[in-house]
Design a protein. Sequence first.
Length: 228
Amino acid sequence: MAFNALIIMATCCRAFVGILLVSLMVINSVHADPEALQDLCVADTKSSIFMNGSPCLNPMEASPEHFMTSALRKPGNLSDNPLGFSVIVTTPANLPGLNTLGLSMGRIDMAPGSAIPPHIHPRGSETVFVVRGALNVGFVDTSNRLFSHKLVTGDVFVFPKGAVHYLQNIGKITAFIVSAFNSQNPGTVIVSLATFASTPAIPYEVLSKAFVISVQEVSQIRKSLGGT
């Protein structure tokens, strides 16, 4: 009788531990970045240590300047990009106090008629606020459904983490957009470049079958996107 009770208790304990572990995994998964374990972790931009994030300065060496940046004050040079847009983002390199806080911001400037091609941010969701201009934006979910909308000055739109999305300036003036992420390094993968201009190249036969085009057409697309 006592032996059976011990077996039941052991089984219950294992079940409880399993449920606890799953719960902890679910709770942790809602954060794009790991939680900070101290008040601040100003990035040591001179450190040569390679790690997930940036090493911390001694907190006693932190100053107000580490928590401020003017990187987004001025627009980027649109002529530097043949696609007609500029993106400037905050990172621990230009805003050291950002390190471990799990967020970042960006400034997007888009010439009339320009478009930011379909891309994803694998490590974070994105919210965009239209400061000036008119845009057509959209994202595609896992069922290939497109969610698109026209935005004007003052509008906000959100792109889910990992969703393929795009922005298009449909106005007659240069658009100015502020973006925010729930990760200090959300990453960016431009779908066309990742597919046709990777290094080394994805086998042409694979792309030929995937897009129902010839191998020669795959080669032409790769060259047009800067692949070698």
